[in-house]
Design a protein around this ligand. Sequence first.
Ligand code: GAR
Length: 202
Amino acid sequence: MLKIAVLISGGGSNLQAIIDKIESGYLNCSIEMVISDREGAYGIERARKKGIKTYVLDRKVYGAELSKKILSLTEEKVDLIVLAGFLSILDKELICSFRNRIINIHPSLIPSFCGPRMYGIKVHEKAVEYGVKYSGCTVHFVDEGTDTGAIISQRIVEVYPEDTAEILQKRVLEEEHKLLPEVIRLIAEKRIKVEGRKVFIL
Ligand code: GAR
């Protein structure tokens, strides 16, 4: 069974989607641990309610050592690290140790509205401001850049002229909650093959 660590910084609705899909039998994997880089992240409560092991590694306390600590917790304990609204940048050593075994969900159609300092509601503010007709979400492998790793899958939503960033965020989140479990399932079923930037679904 695929063993995963879920890393969060906030509300953890994507974590909840994974938990729900495990409970419904859609996902055959186990969440070995949930790690937050912030005190008070509601996602930690969601995990505790389900008896999942949790670690709070406050980024202000750990600073540059955060990735080392994450590596020490996850190495040889999990097969896959899932960044589900995790906002710290991981270091090279962790990324190399988990090459093509760290995935991230981002709330836009990468390569639009992504990169350094583009996260959460800011992404939707930029999309609304730009006047795009479509936005969506992306799950990609994590490499040394910010939101630059090979794209595994994307889902699209329509954007209407009267949308606010909050309305768009809600619409995109609904798709995130389907996309992230879908990708984890593909990985659990070993149906993903990576060749450079191209990801093939077998
Ligand atoms: C999600 O929309 C996720 O895509 C985004 O943070 C939110 C977390 O929500 N991630 C990023 O912006 C990363 N660049 P959640 O805590 O309710 O799952």
